[in-house]
Design a protein around this ligand. Structure first.
Ligand code: SF4
Ligand code: SF4
Ligand code: FES
Length: 238
């Protein structure tokens, strides 16, 4: 650590954290992700968007004063004094395989249950909902899946970022987010009304309307591309 960094540290309030048991002092107010980088760790896994959207940075921690294991996204959670941290590079939950052409809900009593029968073991403890950093009503979508309501499962899980935190402490060992992703895919393919706008845009792409623009972007220098991105028009919904 150099002198400049020591002077900076003196002016900043520091907190004590433990990473895989090793103690570090890091500036208060950093996210867990930036605190780990401050401590010298380099992310090669478990880090993506840094903005709470990709679900790659699941983290488990506890503090000395509280017996509970807590879970959150490292890029969205500030460090606390006395935090004991463990990073999870991905959530090792089984995702069932299926061919989307063969899961027509009209041909199954409950196609979600067929692939994720453990959903029937839900004991309605609501732990999954409390664990979700997106504030999704996870237990409610599990219950909708149990009733065979694919549309409701898809709607309620729409903002899921696939971080897997809901499944970590599920006593029934349910892979809520994989099951819900299947529901959204089935809903999109078999139940959602066709979009005229989408059909129009696909036709335009097929006819080459954007070829020139794509070519221009593909050949653009990185700085120019960033500038173009920052200045882009954002169309508000509604
Ligand atoms: S944590 Fe598991 S058992 Fe509890 S409500 Fe959620 S899905 Fe059901
Ligand atoms: S539903 Fe589960 S996987 Fe999806 S965002 Fe919430 S905790 Fe993460
Ligand atoms: S890095 Fe993408 S959600 Fe944290």
């Amino acid at each position: 650590m150099n002198e400049d960094k020591n002077e900076e540290d003196e002016e900043q309030e520091m907190v004590e954290i433990f990473v895989m048991g090793k103690r570090y002092e890091v500036p208060e107010g950093l996210t867990i992700m930036t605190a780990l980088e401050y401590a010298g760790y380099k992310f090669t896994r478990g880090c993506g968007c840094r903005g709470g959207f990709c679900g790659a940075c699941s983290t488990v921690y506890r503090t000395e004063e509280d017996y509970k294991l807590k879970m959150d996204l490292a890029c969205q959670t500030a460090v606390e004094d006395g935090m004991f941290l463990v990073q999870l590079p991905f959530m090792p939950a089984v995702r069932e395989e299926y061919e989307i052409e063969k899961v027509d809900p009209e041909e199954h009593d409950n196609v979600l249950l067929d692939h994720y029968p453990e959903v029937a073991r839900c004991v309605s403890c609501n732990t999954c909902t409390k664990s979700c950093p997106q504030d999704i009503e996870v237990m409610d979508y599990v219950q909708a899946a149990l009733r065979g309501d694919i549309e409701r499962t898809a709607e309620l899980s729409f903002d899921c970022i696939q971080c897997g935190l809901c499944s970590i402490r599920c006593p029934a060992d349910i892979k809520q987010y994989h099951m819900a992703q299947m529901a959204r895919r089935i809903y999109s393919k078999y139940e959602q009304p066709d979009s005229d706008e989408l059909a129009k845009r696909v036709k335009e792409i097929e006819e080459g309307k954007y070829d020139e623009e794509m070519e221009e972007l593909a050949n653009m220098a990185e700085e120019e591309l960033k500038k173009r991105y920052d200045e882009r028009d954002i169309v508000e919904e509604g």
